[in-house]
Ligand binder design. Structure first.
Ligand SMILES: [Zn+2]
Length: 499
């Protein structure tokens, strides 16, 4: 401490705290006799991490003196330290062994103990060469086990320097958390999806996106092709969650479930986190490692190579932000973060809508849905949950009307005839507007709607269909839900009779 010019009363107090320090252990049978503590720092004391840092401060100097330590800018990066976690890096095997030897003497001198069971070596190279030699490293007399993946600060990195396995691990953890969350939601109640969405975003999403600032650039392609984003591990959990709250089967289209809930892809949030980090780096001192790492990424970008900087610039391009400009204020930073979330979400929706054609499963869906807001029917109170589920499944074509069944049987659309009236293909429009089997229910529905919207019967059938499924009027939504539910029950009965 005196090396750091800490003296006087403050030094005296700390010295006093650690002179004649004793500890004891509490067992179920009582407290055992206290014993003196000769090394270490007090557990749980707020001062402890600082004292530990002071204690091992010169370790990095010792390790960085080795000749083969890599550099970032002008900074030698022989080791990375975080609390009692230590990574030592060298560009050669001799260099690494040399560092281990130095570390060994350092530990002997300062009475530090290395947990050899938790220590691993990993050789990182971009391509696995055929002439791979296995080198073993020693710490004192102990041989250190080698590995091809290592978890650093909770994120798994493989020996090619990739995060893909780490991201899969996050997906598994996220899935567990989702499972836990859905298990504790009371499902008998129809509540607005806003509550579970809030819970998901504050409990599951942080798990899925942990460390995303570092790994998101592995999904560069998804910036350019947003329709691909649903394949990403983190997005799969988001989709699972959306399907769960809507009560639709897992085969339901990923895009429609997000569209019904007005939900953004998680990747939009990830992009905003990356930009937040980029803005922070801009303000950093040149002597920070992260800053130097960024500058070297920038060099890669300028040389036309794949880089993190290139990824950030592509995100900035999405919102037409000039990447040579600096972000001046916190307000501006916040605006940029919001902008990217909206911009990417819009891109996701637009490209998905654009990919739907007349043959697509979702051709009906696009006849009434064309925005990305949460549907009003999901926020309507006092309707049975079964109505809402059925209505949602009907809207997104996740039902067993012949038009969908025929798709699996590979029948031409005009051959997917309604089994009850046998008049024409059993499409969603046929079911809702034309099938004579439900005409009494339909007459009732139309009569009620006319009381609210007097012009309804003057609409042609395209407009009527759109009106029924696009209305923002709570009464009309309720009436339509009730009609779908009753007609569906009737259909089931009639089909049973035919069979
Ligand atoms: Zn029919």
């Amino acid at each position: 401490m005196k090396n750091f010019r800490i003296g006087g009363k403050f030094y005296g107090i700390i010295k006093n705290m650690y002179t004649n320090a004793h500890s004891c252990i509490k067992l179920p049978s009582g407290i055992i006799k206290s014993f003196p503590i000769e090394r270490g720092i007090k557990q749980g004391d707020t001062l402890s991490p600082y004292l530990f840092n002071l204690y091992i401060n010169d370790m990095s100097e010792v390790l960085n003196k080795c000749s083969d330590a890599p550099t970032l800018g002008n900074i030698i990066v022989g080791c990375l330290m975080y609390a009692d976690d230590l990574i030592i890096i060298s560009e050669t095997s001799n260099g690494l062994q040399n560092m281990l030897d130095r570390l060994h003497s350092y530990c002997l001198k300062w009475r530090l103990q290395l947990n050899i069971k938790k220590t691993r070596t990993m050789i990182i190279r971009k391509r696995q060469s055929s002439k791979q030699v296995s080198v073993s490293f020693k710490f004192g007399n102990d041989i250190i086990t080698s590995t091809d993946r290592y978890s650093y600060l909770g994120l798994l990195i493989n020996s090619k320097g990739q995060f893909s396995e780490g991201i899969d691990c996050l997906k598994k953890k996220g899935y567990k958390a989702l499972y836990h969350m859905t298990g504790s939601l009371y499902t008998g109640l129809t509540f607005s999806p806003e509550v579970p969405i809030k819970i998901f975003d504050s409990t599951v999403r942080p798990i899925l996106t942990y460390g995303c600032e570092a790994w998101a650039s592995e999904y560069f392609k998804m910036l350019l092709k947003p329709t691909q984003v649903d394949k990403a591990p983190f997005e799969q959990i988001n989709n699972k969650f959306c399907k769960y709250i809507l009560g639709v089967p897992s085969r339901a289209s990923n895009f429609t479930v997000k569209a019904e809930l007005g939900r953004e892809p998680i990747f939009a949030y990830i992009c905003s986190q990356v930009l937040r980090y980029w803005i922070r780096i801009q303000d950093m001192d040149m002597n920070r490692l992260v800053k130097q790492a960024y500058l070297s990424e920038l060099d890669l970008y300028k040389a036309g190579k794949t880089s993190w900087a290139g990824f950030v610039f592509q995100i900035l391009k999405t919102i037409n932000f000039d990447n040579t400009k600096t972000v001046k204020s916190k307000t501006e930073a916040r605006q940029i973060k919001c902008q990217i979330r909206t911009a990417y979400t819009d891109l996701y929706y637009d490209s998905n809508y654009a990919s739907i054609n007349h043959k697509s499963k979702l051709r009906t869906y696009v006849t009434f849905k064309n925005d990305n807001n949460m549907e009003k029917y999901l926020q309507v109170d006092n309707v049975p949950q079964s109505w809402r589920k059925l209505y949602c499944n009907f809207r997104i074509s996740c039902h067993d009307l012949q038009i969908e069944r025929g798709r699996y049987l590979k029948l031409a659309p005009e051959l997917r005839i309604c089994k009850i009236c046998k008049l024409e293909s059993e499409t969603e429009q046929h079911f809702a507007l034309f099938c004579p089997s439900y005409s009494h229910l339909r007459q009732n529905l139309f009569r009620e709607i006319r009381k609210i919207h007097t012009n309804f019967l003057n609409l042609d059938h395209h407009e009527r269909f759109k009106f029924l499924f696009n209305s923002q009027n709570v009464e009309i939504i309720k009436l339509t839900m009730e009609f779908i539910s009753n007609a569906y029950t009737l259909r089931k009965e009639k089909l049973l009779n035919i069979a």
